[in-house]
Design a protein around this ligand. Structure first.
Ligand SMILES: Cc1cc2nc3c(=O)[nH]c(=O)nc-3n(C[C@H](O)[C@H](O)[C@H](O)COP(=O)(O)OP(=O)(O)OC[C@H]3O[C@@H](n4cnc5c(N)ncnc54)[C@H](O)[C@@H]3O)c2cc1C
Ligand code: HEM
Length: 400
């Protein structure tokens, strides 16, 4: 498999060209596949990164036992994109054509054979995962309640057409006909209920397509599609003290885990640090206060900037509050929130002595906009490749 790795190194240097060639080839030869992919240029740009992230991952894990289950789950989850078995050959042919076009002299018959074989292994595993799955390709879920908190936060209650199997702390991909072929991930904000309804807490991103539709436009009775649940931000039941640190709608998976804890109360102390850009964004505070009053094991610290102050002040306040909590190495820490918040808080926790193997979160790539609006160039992207949750086999959803 060395041949594949060195060939990939050649292609990686010309990644942008390879991916452009791949999609042009695919859509030229199979125009019928175009509508399956997002129409916006920005999403296609993102999709390029994902394709290469997946290929990088596969090429570097070829001998790894975790690869097969990862691909099987990926195939199961691709059914929501309407990827059908016959599409795999089309994608494979375009991938080989793109690799050949960018490899130049390095594209020898042996290299071609190695790639064709690797693609066959991937496609077979994905097709097998899709065929074997007992799950529906997606769950249709009706919006049965919609609460708005200010201009930018919406809490949606959804009734899926069939029970959604998940563990508190996990997320699902969500799609709405209002923004076709666009899938975004949202955490499930409650532990499983007898009536199988689930809550999503959505924070509207300025210019964000799905979040705007979900917060401002969606109507009761409308249907959303939900993909299979995933993610590894789920409770580890240990006897260590637990700290939850959340910001904004990063609160949603923590609420689900607290509901789980309330059903099986812990012996140890549990502390929640919840940061928000201002008091109005602590939209679930009445529920949290009621929980803290009802359960003695739960302590809560809210972090907001003083009125009129910049939100950086909240970051400074959070740092002080975390610094005052003792014994970080002894604790299980769960972290959830916007990407930049997670990145900064994880660094801070490391400085405070929290153990990386006791720090749990879903790895989130920091979007270009959050880095100051400048998209990462391909060179940069490869140098600082984000730890993307979609190509991390450790993220395979622990299912109930
Ligand atoms: C594991 C996981 C769980 C998530 N859970 C939740 C949740 O429970 N609630 C919730 O509201 N969101 C959650 N998100 C974020 C969500 O998936 C979407 O990214 C978000 O709603 C924006 O989608 P959009 O279609 O509205 O914006 P897009 O149309 O995709 O983006 C518009 C612009 O905003 C930028 N952008 C996208 N996301 C962010 C961001 N987070 N911060 C700053 N800029 C951004 C994009 O780069 C783009 O320039 C989660 C994300 C992940 C990876
Ligand atoms: C071995 C083959 C393939 C691999 C490794 C692969 C990998 C990926 C990955 C990693 C993603 C990112 C999002 C996610 O994890 O769901 C993705 C998205 C997607 N894939 Fe594939 N895929 C393959 C084949 C196919 C085929 C045959 C189709 C059908 C036409 C397809 C259609 C899509 C679509 C529509 C998206 C979503 C795009 C978006 O939301 O931006 N894929 N693929």
């Amino acid at each position: 498999m060395r041949i594949l790795k060195s060939s990939f190194a050649v292609v990686e240097r010309r990644a942008e060209h390879t991916v452009k060639f791949f999609y042009s080839h695919l859509f030229w030869h199979h125009p019928g596949l175009r509508p399956l992919f997002p129409s916006s240029a920005e999403d296609m740009e993102r999709q390029r990164d994902r394709l290469f992230a997946a290929l990088t991952h596969v090429v570097s894990h070829l001998e790894d036992d975790s690869l097969l289950p990862y691909l099987q789950d990926l195939g199961r989850d691709h059914r929501k994109y309407l990827a059908a078995p016959e599409h795999y050959a089309a994608v494979g042919a375009s991938l080989l054509a793109a690799l050949a076009a960018t490899s130049g002299d390095a594209w020898t018959p042996d290299v071609e054979k190695a790639w064709a074989e690797a693609y066959r292994v991937m496609a077979d595993a994905m097709a097998a995962g899709a065929a074997a799955s007992q799950d529906p390709p997606w769950w249709d879920a009706e919006v049965v309640r919609h609460l708005r908190y200010g201009e930018d936060i919406g809490v949606l209650t959804l009734a899926p057409h069939a029970p959604l199997p998940y563990r508190p702390g996990q997320y699902v991909s969500v799609s709405s006909e209002r923004v076709p072929t666009t899938w975004r991930t949202y955490s499930l904000a409650n532990a499983p209920r007898p009536d199988h309804t689930v809550d999503l807490h959505v924070s509207r991103i300025e210019g964000g397509r799905l979040s705007t539709a979900l917060v401002r436009e969606i109507q009761l009775g409308e249907a959303l599609r939900l993909g299979a649940p995933g993610g590894r931000l789920t409770l580890r039941r240990t006897d260590r003290p637990v700290t939850f640190i959340a910001a904004g709608t990063g609160w949603a998976p923590v609420r689900a885990m607290l509901e789980e804890l309330a059903d099986h109360p812990p012996d140890q102390d549990v502390r929640l640090f919840l940061a928000a850009r201002d008091a109005a964004h602590l939209y679930d505070r009445p529920w949290i206060d009621a929980y803290a009053a009802a359960f003695r094991w739960l302590g809560v610290t809210y972090i907001t900037p003083a009125p009129g102050q910049h939100r950086d002040q909240a970051t400074a306040r959070l740092a002080t509050a975390l610094g005052n909590r003792a014994l970080w190495p002894e604790q299980d820490v769960y972290l959830s929130g916007p990407p930049v918040f997670m990145e900064e808080t994880a660094l801070l926790l490391e400085e405070l002595g929290a153990r990386p193997d006791r720090l749990f979160h879903d790895a989130v790539p920091v979007p270009a906009a959050a880095r100051g609006g400048r998209p990462l160039g391909f060179g940069e992207w490869f140098l600082h490749r984000p730890a993307a949750h979609w190509h991390n086999p450790a993220d395979r959803s622990p299912r109930t």
